[in-house]
Design a protein around this ligand. Sequence first.
Ligand code: ATP
Length: 230
Amino acid sequence: MLAVRGLQAWYGESHVLHGIDIDVNQGEVVTLLGRNGAGKTTTLRSIMGLVPKRAGSIRFEGKETINLRSDLVARAGIALCPEERGIFASLDVTENLMLPPVVRPGGLDLPTIYQLFPNLKERANSPGTKLSGGEQQMLAIARILRTGARLLMLDEPTEGLAPVIVQQIGRTIREIKARGFTVLLVEQNFRFAQTVADRHYVVEHGKVVDMVPNDQLASSMDRLHEYLGV
Ligand code: ATP
């Protein structure tokens, strides 16, 4: 579904990505692991078309998107849920859900979303400001399910959340996968990553240095320890 080859990216003169190679197959959940500053967020932002200076190849469903603007990348069916979540404080839950434009057929309708996220249904009329961190993260994920995006990119969805909420996010991601969505996520929480993903890429200094299938994660701990300091 997604094939990234030799992706490079710059912020001004600063060369941040030095050749990222990633494949994500339809229906998979894939993580990007790596230390702070390794280039994980920049990889997601580059795929989304949000980093102006980039080179290499990003093919989505067979079409080259490296030169597309972010709105056209969104129309192609890719969505990014950024680390800061982007919930509008002055809008209530339903208004936040209805805000992003539908870019493709096949998104979930509001009743289905509320069935998947009963907590959000209970808070349907609460303004964004009144939501907990976990509810905001759920809303940020729920919102992109409506748009028809097929590849959901989530940047550190568990950051700052209590363990019980992290488990809920894990259940949500597994349910999304069961419904045929494809997920590429940045994670620092190794244990969480293990409960949701099919495969893991390790990013270091702007390059992919390793790929580990989830069932080999435990036996690859020594190797990963070196990269991640876990
Ligand atoms: P983190 O978990 O800390 O977000 P990361 O692996 O996602 O880490 P990136 O955020 O992609 O890393 O950052 C990669 C490098 O690019 C870092 O050296 C960072 O300082 C730099 N960088 C990130 N955003 C910008 C920006 N807007 N302008 C200049 N440099 C940036």
